[in-house]
Design a protein around this ligand. Structure first.
Ligand code: RBF
Length: 357
């Protein structure tokens, strides 16, 4: 296992890139791993590039993906993993990924981002035998790409329901206004069509009179901007927040702690970052999913061209209800109502239709 930093790209000898490009133009197609692909076969070894579309720190989906890949490699001596942090300049990602793939080093590129499949499709045109598995995305019909989409509408639905119970409660920092807040790093279809609507729909299942204050930071790292937004939202009456903002979410948590508001958190156990402020944490079983993906890849069982959606029922989204920082700060009546709602979501008893992306 080796971690490589962004400078890796600039260190790639241009000759390697040129040679690979020439091979692609004039030679017989080779896999980016340098071997001829023979279809879905068990392979004796697996070299994986984990392509992080941003930075690891502060981004739960990425940290969990890297942890899953590293733990799989630690228990499989024939698997090697490189983690590459691409940084926040989205305009560079396709070129960067092409340079990495051109090295011919990787059997599989693994990533987690709704915007990655299109980028991989572009890279795949130049390197037709390179395989990609992308989580947190939905894309079908390309024989080089397999995707897994989390049903984030569901996670937002139950976190929104909890936010709704809290904003209408007598908890110490809940004000009389029925207003909750959402801070997003940027807008994209999964956020606009699943995550934010799910959050408001869930809150309104607790109380139909609840409204949502939605704001956008503009990037995935500016915690000061997120703090300013949170401050203005709290002044406007929002008292329970969610964020999909990567590292910028820390600004919300800090402001909520200082000014007296609550946060429910997607994807990871964040309770200890602000006890009594973070009052509910969802969990994305990305580590487990990544370990399963790598096992399938090793056994030649990945179904390229397909997409699978996974949620609560399938065991890939959940809620951390047994953390003492949840049980001690959230009153029992709220926890009981939440438990029963969550059980209903799991049993498919809460009717909703997943909006198309
Ligand atoms: N999520 C993060 O936690 N950190 C990021 O830096 C990040 N960057 C993203 C960039 C783009 C272009 C898109 C579309 C999504 C990004 N996400 C990021 C969101 C992430 O993939 C996922 O949808 C959310 O975290 C919800 O689970």
């Amino acid at each position: 296992m080796k971690r490589i930093k962004s400078i890796f790209t600039t260190l790639l000898p241009p000759a390697v890139v040129l040679a690979a490009a020439l091979l692609c133009m004039f030679g017989e197609p080779v896999s980016a791993g340098g071997k001829k692909e023979t279809g879905e076969q068990r392979s004796s070894s697996l070299s994986v590039l984990v392509y992080i579309t941003g930075m690891l720190a502060g981004s739960p989906p990425y940290e969990l993906m890297a942890a899953g890949a590293e733990s799989f490699a630690a228990s499989h001596s024939n698997v090697s993993v490189k983690i590459y942090e691409a940084g926040f300049n989205q305009a560079e990602w396709e070129e960067q990924l092409s340079s990495l793939v051109a090295s011919g080093e990787f059997d599989l590129v693994l990533g987690s981002n709704p915007s990655l499949p299109e980028i991989c499709a572009g890279v795949g045109k130049r390197f037709p035998n390179q395989k990609f598995v992308i989580t947190d995305a939905s894309y079908t019909g390309n024989n080089s790409i397999c995707t897994y989409m989390y049903n984030q509408y569901e996670q937002s639905l139950y976190l929104g329901y909890l936010a709704g119970l809290i904003t209408t409660s007598r908890m110490a920092k809940a004000n009389p206004e029925k207003k909750i807040g959402f801070i997003a790093a940027q807008e994209y279809p999964l956020l606009d069509k699943h995550i934010v609507p799910g959050f408001l729909d869930g809150a309104r299942m607790a109380d139909p009179g609840i409204s949502l204050d939605f704001r956008v930071v503009g990037n995935w790292y500016d915690a000061n901007k997120a703090a300013d937004l949170a401050s203005s939202m709290i002044a406007g009456g929002a008292d329970v927040f969610a964020a999909i903002a990567g590292g910028a979410a820390q600004g919300l948590i800090k402001t909520a702690a200082e000014q007296g508001a609550y946060v429910v958190f997607h994807n990871t156990n964040e309770y200890s970052a602000a006890p009594g402020v973070i009052v509910g944490c969802g969990i994305m079983e990305q580590k487990k999913l990544v370990e399963e993906i790598l096992l399938n890849a090793l056994e030649g069982k990945i179904q390229y061209g397909t997409s699978r959606t996974v949620g609560v029922k399938e065991g890939y989204l959940g809620f951390i209800a047994d953390d003492p920082l949840y049980t001690s700060y959230v009153p029992e009546d709220i926890r009981n109502k939440f438990d029963s709602f969550f059980a209903d979501v799991k049993a498919g008893k809460i009717p909703y239709s997943l909006p198309p992306l």
